[in-house]
Design a binder for this molecule. Structure first.
Ligand code: URA
Length: 199
């Protein structure tokens, strides 16, 4: 795509036709980031899921519901955030009528990083929150042990502070109720920390 976007809106329109990796072929549409250009915090997930692919908006499915509930409990208003993903097309494997999420590979993350870099360039947030390993990989340009480093901040060479936490879908995958509840509490503690860091 041309490197001539004058605004986040231009960037979003250019991303609609993205062919930087093959994932556009099977996905319904590009799911670009959403939120105000003057957002102070940018949240980054992995990639759109089944519902996001159809809606064309990030974090509107089951993981988005957990995200919404927990940030609200932490006193963070979603309308003030910019919410995006490391990879902007849904990667899946068809299984009967269902589409099963597949993790994007390093090449796909790298190809899509171009968009994330430009989103951050327009927004210039005070803090980026990496939810999960794929987001951390994209924001930091290298693999980081997110479960070990969660709750900590890594400052990039360009000065951007990146807060590391888990992906909300991790909570949904835990079968044991008490364990899921405990993990949700830890995620809430991380979100309260984010709230403190940004006022
Ligand atoms: N999971 C993500 O990482 N992003 C979404 O937008 C939805 C689910």
């Amino acid at each position: 795509p041309p490197d001539d976007a004058q605004s986040l809106g231009d960037l979003r329109r250019q991303a609609e036709g993205c062919r930087r990796c093959p994932l556009w072929q099977d996905a319904t549409q590009t799911v670009f980031g959403e939120g105000p250009e003057n957002a102070r915090i940018v949240f980054v997930g992995e990639q759109p899921g089944d519902q996001e692919d159809i809606a064309g908006k990030p974090f509107v499915g089951p993981a988005g519901k957990v995200f919404d509930e927990v940030i609200e409990e932490a006193g963070i208003e979603r309308q003030k955030l910019y919410v995006t993903n490391a990879v902007k097309h849904f990667k899946f494997e068809p299984r009967g009528k269902r589409r099963i999420h597949q993790k994007p590979n390093a090449g796909e993350v790298k190809a899509c990083r171009w968009w994330l870099d430009h989103e951050l360039g327009f927004i210039e947030p005070d803090l980026a929150v990496a939810m999960g390993a794929t987001a951390a990989q994209s924001l930091l340009g290298k693999a980081v042990p997110v479960t070990k480093m969660r709750g900590t901040i890594v400052t990039r060479d360009d000065g951007l502070r990146v807060f590391l936490t888990i992906h909300p879908s991790y909570i949904l995958r835990i079968r044991e109720a008490a364990e899921a509840q405990a993990e949700r509490k830890r995620f809430l503690a991380d979100m309260r920390h984010v709230k403190e860091l940004t006022g």
